[in-house]
Ligand binder design. Structure first.
Ligand SMILES: [Zn+2]
Length: 67
């Protein structure tokens, strides 16, 4: 079962990068170093972002907020 469909762009571009913004990314641009990442590593995601919102929400879910 192989799909002949080309899927070169199946992975979304880095948050804050020009490519991501072109696709509607609303994540912080400066905080993400224009797609190179947060100073301490990783990325700052927006739950409102159409590209990375799901990732941000699943991340928040994994943290939980029970104290
Ligand atoms: Zn984004």
């Amino acid at each position: 079962m192989t799909s002949p469909e080309p899927r070169a762009e199946s992975k979304e571009p880095n948050p804050g990068s020009d490519a991501a913004i072109e696709q509607g990314c609303t994540c912080p641009v400066l905080d993400n170093g224009h797609g190179t990442g947060w100073i301490g590593g990783g990325f700052v995601l927006s739950t409102l972002c159409p590209l990375h919102g799901e990732t941000a929400e699943s991340y928040l879910d994994s943290i939980g907020d029970d104290e």
